[in-house]
Design a protein around this ligand. Structure first.
Ligand code: PLP
Length: 387
């Protein structure tokens, strides 16, 4: 009690992490098929690992500039131009970060004052909400609906904008639903941002994991670049979650502020990881294509099997590696998840982790093998048929 009162207000406002709760439950559970995880099951491609090992062996093991190695920022600038049609000056408009996490933290800390409102999608990856709280801001939910394919509704955003709205967070491809925002919707939101003088935080960490859909980066419109911070990561694209490396692109003034925040947080990014990241961007990309092809097979298997059960309805995910079905049975997701874990030995995430209205949804991850997913679906079917 005494100790609690010593903690900052900021920290006391933070809700407990549901991910940590599930992780604790999983300790020592080798009998469970893990479909709750939000990270690729693939190994990091060999040529990327070798680049890091080479850098270590060459003694590249010291501090680096807080904005990131220039050679990596230059590789990022080439990639942004090639793949995202974003023109960025590697000297001033790109920041290397500790994954998407580091970029989002630095962006929100740089822009949000206590009392500022930030529009955050719901459902969404919960860290946006918590980061806004940590900055003393007021997160406001913009609800995404299944009827709209979980794509933000421009009028819905407009209705939620007040004089205090500072920032709007968007995520495409979207965790947990797999929705990919169409270009025209993004452009309408861009117009809205101009009209209301808003800044947009665009989380595009799943940019390369798209199926039939096409990923579009709104910052490709150079007139909007000044009010957009776009966040990218190596984690999902190259199966590098443990390496902790990503980047952000924005206006030079915003990047300068974000660089200060990340410098005070932890000086600089890991030196040899930046060498590996440069190799990832400049090297062959067939490893990415192979992983995406496999996620697609798994997604199709999972959707096919879930549909057969007649216990779920779902929109087809067009990106990321998740399926977010609605449970049609008379059970709510926290209880359903518990039952699946106990009776089927399959772990999935309850929709309540991602949404205030998530009682009827669960998130399943395709980051597991075809064999394990198939076995998991058999097990889920057995439990569902008894409910
Ligand atoms: N954004 C979204 C939507 C995510 O799902 C995640 C991780 O799960 C991240 C950002 C952060 O990933 P990382 O920090 O590993 O790049």
């Amino acid at each position: 009690m005494q100790l609690k009162s010593k903690l900052s207000e900021r920290v006391r406002r933070l809700p407990p992490s549901k991910f940590a709760e599930i992780r604790r439950l999983m300790i020592g559970r080798t009998d469970v098929i893990r479909l709750e995880l939000g990270e690729p099951d693939f190994d990091t491609p060999q040529h990327i690992k070798e680049a890091a090992i080479r850098a270590i062996n060459e003694g590249f093991t010291h501090y680096t500039p807080s904005e990131g190695l220039l050679e990596l920022r230059e590789a990022v600038a080439r990639k942004l131009k090639r793949e995202n049609r974003i023109e960025a000056n590697p000297e001033t408009e790109i920041l290397i970060t500790d994954g998407g996490f580091g970029a989002i933290f630095a962006a929100i800390q740089s822009l949000v004052n206590p009392g500022d409102e930030v529009l955050v999608p719901d459902p969404a990856w919960p860290r946006y909400f918590q980061n806004v709280l940590l900055a003393g801001g007021v997160p406001k939910r913009m609800f995404l609906t299944e009827e709209d394919g979980f794509v933000p509704d421009v009028d819905g955003i407009r209705k939620n904008v007040t004089r205090k709205t500072k920032l709007v967070v968007l995520n495409t491809p979207h965790n947990p639903t797999g929705a990919v925002m169409p270009k025209n919707v993004l452009e309408q939101i861009g117009d809205l941002a101009v009209e209301h003088n808003l800044t947009l935080l665009l989380d595009e960490v799943y940019e390369r994991i798209v199926y039939k859909a096409k990923h579009f980066s709104l910052a490709a419109h150079s007139d909007l670049k000044n009010r957009i911070i776009t966040v990218f990561s190596f984690s999902k694209t190259y199966a590098m979650t443990g390496w902790r490396i990503g980047y952000a692109v924005s206006h030079a003034n915003i990047i300068k502020a974000m660089r200060s925040v990340s410098m005070y947080a932890n000086a600089c990014r890991n030196s040899f990881v930046q060498k590996a990241a440069t190799t990832a961007l400049d090297g062959p990309q067939d490893c990415v294509e192979a992983m995406v092809k496999e996620y697609r097979r798994r997604r199709d298997l999972m959707i096919g099997r879930l549909n057969e059960m007649e216990a779920f309805s779902m929109t087809k995910p067009m990106g990321a590696f998740y399926v977010y079905p609605r449970i049609l049975l008379d059970v709510e997701s926290p209880d359903f998840v518990k039952q699946l874990l106990e009776k089927a030995k399959v772990s999935v995430m309850p929709g309540t982790t991602f949404s205030m209205k998530g009682e009827k949804y669960v998130r399943l991850s395709c980051a597991n093998s075809m064999e394990r997913i198939s076995e998991a679906m058999d097990r889920v079917q057995r439990v569902v048929s008894r409910l």
